[in-house]
Design a protein around this ligand. Structure first.
Ligand code: SF4
Length: 413
């Protein structure tokens, strides 16, 4: 560990890349985007029939604009600083392949599942640190600035939009009620933004069940000790439900289930009305839908896909820790058997599949593939490369008896 540099204010921050988009485009295409199968599906109404398998691909799937930008910046950073140490604060996005491949080009991780040996206190002004698409907390950002590091900030604009919303709540004396996962990087970053205003407060609700508890407390009060126990780790320090729920503003993690976020906002508004009356509710309640466009588009596309009568099986592809992928699964399982898989290796055999059931740890299921013809619905989360999507579809077809060579010859026909 070394002492912080003498002039931390000198930290440089890059937010718009290095003008090297064209220089990294070929590599990014090769690693992530290039997929003959996906291109074919796109140009054929998002359907493909091979033997007894008909594939239906969602109209919106895969990399979103925020992920595209973050990965592009990371590769541009490597090109711009070929001789410097480059770090990521944590996973750039929730996809294991993308994170591994960043390690392969010499980018190290400061924390999380891929963390190396270098800690923040070991950094110096020559080091370059990339902030991921989810953003980072104000505390961590300050520590990096204090070390004088060069910062490459890839925080998605849609996340910054949420920050502005909760900062405004905080400035106006409203407690932020955030629909999100308290241990998700984005929600940690968002909740830290609330604290820019002295005395500002937040509480994070995971789902409708927790929102219901907050609503009850607002409407009729309750035991503060029970409330504090329920939301332990998911609220600002010194949170007092008896006074900090008198004026609330609702926001959400950008990747939550949009329909649930809207319901939660309505539930909270009703609770405020119940407690303070219709006339005064306007002074005590603010709400703003902060689900991002890309998440909304992928969820809407899955709803349309789900409406296809004949789909008999869904594969939802994305990192196991990807929030938006888990919500796509949540929607898909209402229709038929659906599996959240991370990549093609999860399709172990005709009998066995490794997958992440909703709200549970990954596990292996038996006898997942039926003998009957299959109408397969496919989608992928915002952090899933098209290459991974293609590999999963090819593996599925291989298990049905169609080799990749046969599949590609069908595409060419
Ligand atoms: S999912 Fe939405 S908020 Fe997250 S990186 Fe993509 S566009 Fe941005």
């Amino acid at each position: 560990m070394s002492n912080p540099p003498a002039n931390p204010a000198a930290a440089q921050v890059y937010k718009h890349g290095f003008g090297l988009k064209k220089d990294v485009a070929e590599e990014l295409n090769r690693r992530y985007n290039d997929s003959r199968m996906v291109a074919h599906l796109r140009s054929h109404g998002n359907t493909l029939t091979i033997g007894d398998v008909r594939i239906y691909l969602a109209e919106e799937f895969g990399f979103c604009y925020g992920v595209d930008k973050a990965i592009d910046f990371a590769y541009e950073t490597r090109k711009h600083f070929p001789d410097r140490r480059i770090f990521l604060t944590d996973e750039i996005i929730h996809n294991p392949r993308v994170n591994h491949e960043l390690m392969e080009i010499g980018i190290q991780f400061l924390s999380g599942a891929y963390a190396g040996k270098v800690a923040i206190d070991d950094l110096n002004p020559e080091d370059v640190v990339i902030i991921p698409a989810f953003g980072t907390t104000t505390v961590l950002e300050k520590r990096l600035r204090d070390r004088g590091c060069v910062l490459v900030d890839t925080t998605c604009g849609s996340v910054v939009h949420v920050w502005k919303r909760v900062e405004k709540y905080a400035e106006e004396g409203f407690t932020a009620v955030i629909h999100g996962k308290f241990n998700h990087e984005e929600t940690r970053a968002t909740s830290s933004r609330v604290l820019i205003a002295p005395g500002a407060k937040y509480v994070i609700v995971r789902d409708k069940g927790q929102a219901e508890l907050v609503c009850k407390y607002i409407a009729t009060g309750g035991k503060s000790s029970e409330f504090l126990q329920e939301f332990d780790g998911a609220m600002s320090r010194g949170f007092d439900p008896d006074k900090d729920l008198e004026q609330i503003g609702v926001a959400n993690q950008t990747t939550m289930l949009a329909s649930e976020s809207m319901e939660i906002a309505e539930m909270l508004q009703n609770a405020i009305v119940k407690r303070y009356g219709e006339d005064r509710a306007g002074e005590r309640f603010r709400s703003f839908d902060t689900i991002c466009r890309a998440t909304q588009d992928r969820q809407d596309a899955l709803l349309r896909l789900r409406a296809q009568e004949n789909i008999s099986l869904f594969l939802v592809i994305g990192g196991y820790n990807s929030s938006n992928t888990s919500h796509l699964l949540e929607m898909a399982i209402e229709k038929c058997p659906a599996y959240h898989v991370q990549d093609a290796t999860d399709l172990i055999s005709k009998e066995q599949i490794r997958h992440k059931p909703l709200g549970q740890n990954p596990s292996i299921d038996q006898n997942w593939m039926t003998k009957e013809p299959v109408s397969l619905g496919v989608t992928s989360g915002a952090s899933t490369p098209n290459r991974v999507l293609e590999e999963v579809m090819l593996r599925f077809l291989e298990l049905r008896g169609y080799s990749p060579a046969e599949v590609f010859s069908c595409l060419a026909a």
